[in-house]
Design a protein around this ligand. Sequence first.
Ligand code: GLU
Length: 491
Amino acid sequence: MREVRTRYAPSPTGHLHIGGARTALFSYLWARKKGGSFVVRIEDTDVERNLADAEQKQLEALKWLGIDWDESVDVGGPHAPYRSMERLQIYQEHLQKLVAAGHAYPCYCSQEELEREREQQLAEGKAPKYSGRCRHLTPEERQAFEQAGRKPSIRFRVPDGRVITVQDEVRGEVRFETEGIGDFILQRPDGRPTYNFAVVVDDALMEITHVVRGEEHISNTPRQILLYEALGFEAPVFAHASLILNAEGKKMSKRDESIIQFIDQYRELGYLPEAIINFLVLLGWAPEGEKAEEEIFSRDELIQLFSLERVSKAPAVFDAAKLKWMNNHYIKESSTERITELAIPHLAEAGRIGEQPLGEEKEWVTRLVGLYQEQLDYVAQVVELTEMFFRKEVAYSDDAGEILSQEQVPIVVEALIRQLESTEEELTADTVKQLLKAVQKETGYKGKQLFMPVRAAVTGEVHGPDLRETISLLGKETVLARLESFLRRQA
Ligand code: GLU
């Protein structure tokens, strides 16, 4: 049996998008499951749309996700080069073969002529399609065009009256009549190949066995199958993954602002790569049998469980709340040190801490992040959640204000101030526990009557993480200042 070879073939026209990442992931998982090879090829022939940093950003984002490749522009491989624009000579050779065999011909129509033809067809209520005007030019007519300085594009001669059947792993049998397919362009007048031509030459020469990509490419597939035939190549297996819909059930567009679209944006916000992978794989795939109900999968499990047959043709809905839930799950499972490393740039950017906290400051930040780790849907939230640690004046919420109006509050607060002032010890969570016990003994207030006012006066909130650790992290000076300020405001 042939080695399984899959590929992800981004055009460097943008950064790695959720849809592209899912395609890459499915291709990658299939190759890894089968012990095959995964290729990343850069399809950069659409030169007007290429962005200077897109190739690098795509590769970086894939690497960050942990999707590694065996062959590509950076590591090379037996089928190099892996950038289309460096393969022009190869396309040229195959184009010549097609022309020589009569499968392709030069077309001298100008843009204006094609546009006029299109408008006329539309006016007649017909689906627009290239008429085939240049199919039957005589050598003399061609020469005349050449002499007039026209540069031809090269078109594929689509055979008449055939039905092309795509055996799609996901969609089953999909049929297309060649009647609806006009002779399409293989090479533009400037010598660059079109996507449909380059992709076939590349997939064939790179010995790709499974082409996994988004549903939007299904209508390109019959054209590609015709090219495989004409070039005498064996076609790969095709698998077209379903569309991704937004919460309103509409096809997700790159301009949709209701969804964060790019992998590097998720990375910046402090989503973890394993959460993104776990989330993406379930956009249109589910495991078989008893695993079907489960939602959390490690990469190794996915490599074991993944199969193209289980990719669904029903559209997948992008559920941002589910992604947050999953990310929270992985954040909770991570070490506090890891989450702290991710949190530091956010806290530093907000001016809360230095850019590279060391020693005691680092320790303090680690404890602070640890205090909120369970609550984080994504790491950037740490800035907002820890806000009250960095305020000079406490801002009391309405609920806190209500608690603080209870009559025992000044008694409790004064007692706590005395306890704090009289202790020499460093304020660890344990010492705080002792101090609060002493306050309880002294005032006779306990439970909610004791802890709620202390929390409200010190943090301005009625809910929050562990109170002792919070007080310990705030430190004696800050806590005293806040308690005293509360009393002053009362007076
Ligand atoms: N460069 C194409 C794209 O980005 C690849 C399509 C394919 O996988 O064949 O959509």
